[in-house]
Design a protein around this ligand. Structure first.
Ligand SMILES: [Zn+2]
Length: 416
């Protein structure tokens, strides 16, 4: 049996005035997805437990079958895994943005959570300055390392093996800087065990960064400067069992997004890199479809994640979302299903799961918690089918209350 999983990130949405009262999924011409809906089972599910914000890190973890209530420890450990960094049992990872905070007299505001899309080279130099600043001011803090990533997205790691003591605790709560854009931040600093240390680093970073040559050059060029590091998303390594040990199936992930690479890494999957997979609206859909077909020759399950519908939602652009869905259907789903049907005719059956992680509403330009439509189709799958794949059609079918159980039903022998 071959298994194909498609995650159209943020695809679920509301009816749009600009689309004649239809949702992007209803409006889009997606004949292959509609055909799968007609052949299989269509319903609604939810990947964001009530106690979580609807982030992709939580929702995609659930989609891959890992209950966030059990496994989610923070965003940074997933990003560390994506970089191939293995955290030991006592280690911690903390997300470290370079940000622009300004105070016009009525308190500090988060002006830019990307420090004006600072370059990787600049950000690498600035983090060296922060590392030096920390070492000279707090020489007894051992084991803390700033790890440059891409642009403003970096990590702060704590390595226990160096003999240091980590002050962070499980009750530590932090605020994502992109949730505070153009807002005051005096109440957005970390809380809980270890918050004092993180807050201190964030506050002191201003001194270490302010007059740095990189920032001086940026100012002269008219760019915003990186005034601070912002620390958030802290956590320890999630205790994933491998997907293979849970379901007996080996997987491959195809994505342009680090978070998904990290989840795949932790699940013990292979990550197949695809040239032109940008994690944006201009991603090379056909290259992803072809890569999926190639992967089926060596692996049983292939998961293709496409960020484009989510990006369209964040831009509030319903027609771009429609376009992304049509590209997914035509250039990924159609060729992959054609390939799998051909294989099926020679005796190798297949099953398919299609499901967004969360809705991203064009109206609010934000992720939303709430129900998303799924399709499970393929060999032996029975249940309530629908004439099309969209939110309305799915509302008639069976609701799977706990989204993390959905992927498991792909491997349900009773249906085979
Ligand atoms: Zn998402």
């Amino acid at each position: 049996m071959k298994y194909f999983v498609l995650i159209p990130d943020g695809a679920a949405d509301e009816p749009q005035e600009s689309l004649g009262g239809k949702s992007p999924l209803e409006y889009a011409s997606i004949p292959t997805l509609d055909r799968l809906a007609a052949q299989g089972r269509v319903g609604l599910t939810n990947h964001v437990p009530d106690s979580f914000n609807p982030g992709s890190e939580v929702a995609c973890m659930s989609l891959l079958g890992y209950d966030p209530l059990i496994y989610f420890t923070g965003r940074a450990p997933l990003e560390a895994a994506a970089k191939g960094i293995t955290l030991g049992p006592e280690d911690w990872a903390v997300r470290c943005n370079l940000v622009t905070i300004e105070d016009e007299g009525d308190g500090p505001m988060m002006v830019d959570f990307t420090a004006d899309h600072i370059t990787t080279a600049e950000s690498t130099e600035l983090l060296e300055a922060v590392q030096e600043g920390l070492a000279s001011e707090s020489p007894d803090l051992i084991g803390w390392e700033f790890v440059p990533g891409v642009s403003y997205r970096n990590l702060l790691l704590f390595h226990a093996k160096n003999g240091g003591h980590c002050e962070l605790g499980g009750d530590l709560r932090t605020t994502a800087p992109h949730d505070r854009v153009n807002q005051h931040i005096s109440d957005a600093f970390p809380r809980g065990t270890g918050s004092r240390l993180l807050t201190q680093i964030m506050e002191r970073s201003e001194t270490w960064l302010k007059d740095h040559p990189v920032n001086r050059v940026r100012k002269n060029k008219g760019f915003r400067i990186a005034t601070h590091v912002w620390l958030w998303g802290a956590g320890q390594r999630p205790a994933f069992e491998t997907f293979k040990s849970l379901h007996g199936v080996q997987g491959t992930m195809i994505t342009g997004v680090d978070l998904l690479r990290g989840l795949a890494e932790l699940a013990g999957w292979r990550c197949r890199e695809v040239e032109g997979a940008t994690g944006y609206l201009d991603t090379d859909y056909a290259a992803k479809g072809q890569a999926a077909i190639d992967e089926f020759s060596t692996t049983d399950l292939v998961c293709v994640h496409v960020e484009a519908p989510d990006e369209a939602g964040h831009e509030g652009n319903a027609s771009a979302k429609v376009k992304a869905l049509e590209e997914i259907d035509k250039k990924i789903v159609a060729p992959v299903i054609e390939h799998l049907e051909q294989k099926a005719s020679t005796g190798e059956p297949y099953r398919v799961l299609v499901c967004p992680d969360h809705p991203t509403f064009c109206s609010t330009r934000m992720h939303s918690r709430g129900l998303v439509p799924y399709i499970i189709a393929g060999s032996g799958v029975e249940g309530v089918s629908a004439q099309s794949y969209d939110e309305k059609a799915a509302a008639v079918g069976p609701t799977v209350a706990q989204g993390s159980t959905l992927i498991g039903s792909l491997f349900d022998k009773a249906e085979a």
